[in-house]
Design a protein around this ligand. Structure first.
Ligand code: 9MR
Length: 356
């Protein structure tokens, strides 16, 4: 049993009525005792790890508890919806910046970084854009303008962009979308190049779900990224969304092997949208199972030099896409609906403190 698993097990016992604390402060090196490791962001700093959450539209403005926990615990945020095409360019040539501007300003005021999500997807498109009547040339012009305007506005302020979201099918082939059908597979090259032109310092990611372990889909993602890199396309990272059920996470050995092969291409890996759903109402056993999955993913990330970010898709169980999308499931995040840290939070914090 590894130390981390041991710790998780002790915490589980604690939750279930035991009395043994898993205090890992004694495992820290002397120089680390000067770090504020009482929060995720403090403990993550020693590893150079970006730890963050997705922020639902306006929550940092309208919910003071949300803002307080976010600023205290995390060093990076991502807009859950605010920067998607439907929100940013609701009418052709009409850009709606207010919410995104305020989120970026909030991050800067708390010394946090920002991930941008997402420049291109087949969902959350404004209806004017999502039309099969556009010609190939028109679609290219629409995309170029959208990407250069959005990335250009936040040049130097958004550290990493999810440039392309979910372009690969379960069988590893490219998804049939407006972009593939209207432009052809070369749309992928164009969008990364335009984003890079607009902000040469931003890290550019391909982001997808269900491609964390090994299989047809992750092979498809790997082959796509390898081919893009071979063609000199500026892609710097791969986002692994990690929306998983506590009872069926990806096999950790597969996850590690997959991360290693992507890192060998020179790519960074961010776990971009993690949530670990359990049957609701949550039971102690469900919360323990969930905590172990969070901790296993964190440990795998910390063990892989290429893994440089871990973000959950929401801060608290009060605001999460999970219950409305997976009937009977929820309670998927690190904080409960009353903003209290859950067991998963504690084992994550311990994992950050314990790791070399
Ligand atoms: O959580 C997001 C939800 O509020 C939106 O209605 C939905 C459509 O825009 O997108 C959800 O976020 C998705 C993310 O952008 C991409 N990966 C899957 C996420 C969950 O569906």
């Amino acid at each position: 049993m590894t130390h981390s698993r041991l710790c998780s097990t002790i915490l589980a016992a604690m939750l279930l009525g035991g009395s043994v604390a898993c205090d890992s402060a004694d495992t820290l090196d002397d120089e680390d005792t000067t770090q504020d490791d009482s929060t995720l962001r403090g403990a993550a700093a020693r590893h150079g790890l970006a730890m963050g959450v997705a922020v639902g539209t306006g929550l940092q403005r309208t919910d003071s508890r949300f803002a307080e926990v976010l600023g205290r615990e995390f060093n990076i945020l991502v807009a859950e919806n605010t920067m998607k095409p439907a929100a940013i360019q609701p009418a052709q040539g009409v850009f709606s910046w207010d919410e995104a501007d305020q989120l970026v300003a909030f991050a800067e005021s708390r010394d946090m970084k920002v991930r941008g999500h997402t420049l291109l997807w087949h969902e959350s498109l404004p209806s004017w854009m999502n039309s099969p009547t556009w010609s190939r040339e028109q679609l290219l012009a629409i995309l170029e303008n959208h990407i250069k305007t959005l990335v250009g506005r936040y040049k130097g302020r958004v550290a990493a962009w999810d440039v392309v979201n979910e372009a690969v099918e379960w069988n590893g082939t490219l998804r049939e979308t407006l972009w593939l059908n209207g432009i052809g597979p070369e749309y992928l090259e164009w969008v990364f190049r335009w984003a890079h032109e607009a902000d040469p310092d931003a890290l550019l990611f391909y982001n997808d779900y269900g491609a964390e372990g090994l299989g047809q889909k992750s092979d498809g993602v790997y082959n796509l990224l390898r081919d893009l890199l071979d063609a000199g396309v500026p892609v710097h990272g791969v986002g692994m969304q990690m929306h998983v059920a506590a009872a069926s996470p990806p096999r950790m050995s597969d996850f590690k092997t997959n991360m290693a092969r992507l890192a060998n291409l020179g790519l960074q890996i961010h776990i971009t949208e993690m949530d670990v759903r359990i049957p609701i109402p949550a039971t102690d056993a469900g919360l323990v199972q969930q905590a172990v999955v969070y901790r296993d993913v964190l440990d795998a990330c910390l063990a892989e030099d290429g893994c440089t970010g871990l973000l959950t898709w929401g801060l608290t169980d009060r605001h999460s896409w999970v219950p409305s999308s997976f009937e009977g499931y929820g309670s998927a995040l690190l904080f409960d609906a009353e903003y209290q840290p859950k067991l998963a939070y504690q084992v994550m914090l311990d994992g950050l403190r314990e790791a070399d």
